[in-house]
Design a protein around this ligand. Structure first.
Ligand SMILES: Cc1ncc(COP(=O)(O)O)c(C=O)c1O
Length: 389
């Protein structure tokens, strides 16, 4: 079956954040929203059908996870990432940012420190800070080819005994990086030796592009396995963020005991009824949709690259190795932050995430969501070129 990613779906009125927050965040509504990281594609029909079928039953009372929930997760991880996880390592959590908040509260005390590697997904900073923890930056180092490396020398310098957790974005948002096994092994060694628990946020892991592969952090070594909490979810990949379904993977028994008992005490592991239906259907019947979606996204990335090269060479997109977000290097425009925002918002009528929100190293960048029908991308690029012109 050929799935349709071309149709432009009007989400206005559906309560989606992408449109509803335009006025609040940018002061105007006449913007093409290419910011919040969900896609404007219709969800895989198999998932919609399974939800509809469940809705035929008129009672939506307390309901457990389906018997195939964990087997479908275990099978998915084995076939997609060649990682054999045990069912007992897994626990449902109601969202990955919430999971970061949980780790913050269970594994650190107020005033202690959490290390992040910016530019990075902003809740890695916001969630610990709002819980009274201090955030320590270990900025990524930009290479000549535009990609990034971790800075292990700086990590050794900034890491002191108050640092208790390092949050890893794997694959990395906003730059769309798939970290290499070598880098992850080195990070695992460092964190193990410095008693830093690693939280590996792998929400983008099922969207590796252009022949790249995702390497699960906990799978790279014994030290990684015994000193980590991994978060994964079907929500980004299958465009079901509004349904909310995610889980953590904790191979080490003592970390698991500490974390899972807290989660259970607070009943955060009870999956809402529709999460279970959507997750099992995505993992059992969504593979072909996922493949076609990724192929379509790759086409959008190539379109952005070609268009920028031809019509606005001052914008240099970094080809993502995973996911539907493109990191645009706009530094050649030589604009201050406010001028750059003004160009995108008031002149080009586009709402993108500006790079500064992702922390040090994000200055002069914009993050563009290309999980969109191609016509929308074309229109957005044309508006940007006209504004720059
Ligand atoms: C790296 C990363 N983690 C987590 C999330 C959000 O996950 P959740 O909605 O499960 O909190 C996002 C969404 O953009 C993300 O990019």
């Amino acid at each position: 079956m050929k799935y349709d990613f071309d149709t432009v779906i009007d989400r206005k009125g559906s309560g989606d954040l992408k449109h509803d927050l335009l006025k609040k965040l940018w002061g105007r509504e006449d913007l093409i929203p290419l910011w919040v990281a969900d896609m404007d594609f219709a969800v895989c029909p198999a998932i919609v059908d399974a939800l509809k079928q469940r809705m035929q039953h008129p009672v939506f009372g307390y309901t457990g996870k389906s018997a195939d929930f964990w087997p479908s997760v275990v099978d998915w991880i084995r076939t997609h990432h060649q990682w054999e996880v045990q069912a007992e390592w897994l626990k449902f959590i109601p969202g990955i940012v919430k999971g970061i908040g949980m780790v913050t509260n269970v594994f650190t005390e107020p005033g202690q420190k959490i290390i992040c590697q910016p530019p990075v997904y902003h809740p890695f900073r916001i969630t610990p800070q709002r819980n009274g923890r201090r955030v320590v930056w270990n900025p990524l180092v930009r290479r000549g080819d535009g990609y990034y490396d971790m800075d292990f020398d700086n990590l050794a310098e900034v890491c002191d005994e108050d640092c208790k957790v390092l949050i890893l974005c794997n694959p990395h948002n906003p730059a769309g990086l798939c970290w290499s096994r070598e880098t992850l092994v080195r990070l695992a060694d460092f964190c193990y030796e410095h008693h830093l628990l690693v939280v590996s946020d792998e929400i983008h892991c099922d969207m590796a592009l252009f022949g790249r592969r995702h390497v699960p952090f906990a799978s790279v070594s014994e030290k990684a396995r015994n000193n980590s909490i991994t978060f994964q979810a079907p929500t980004k990949t299958f465009n079901i963020a509004g349904i909310v379904s995610s889980y953590c993977i904790v191979p080490d028994a003592s970390i698991r005991e500490r974390f899972f008992s807290w989660i259970e005490a607070n009943e955060f592991d009870e999956a809402p009824l529709f999460s279970s239906v959507a997750t099992v259907t995505a993992y059992r019947h969504g593979e072909e949709w996922r493949r076609q979606m990724l192929e379509y996204v790759e086409g959008n990335v190539l379109l952005v690259e070609d268009f920028c090269r031809e019509h606005m060479p001052q914008i240099r997109p970094l080809r993502p190795q995973a996911s539907f977000l493109v990191w645009l290097d706009c530094t050649a425009l030589h604009l201050q932050h406010d001028q750059l925002t003004d160009l995108f918002v008031n002149k080009a009528h586009l709402a993108l995430n500006d790079g500064e929100m992702f922390g040090p190293g994000g200055e002069g960048f914009m993050r563009m969501n290309v999980g969109e029908p191609r016509a929308v991308i074309r229109q957005a690029l044309a508006q940007l070129a006209a504004a720059i012109g």
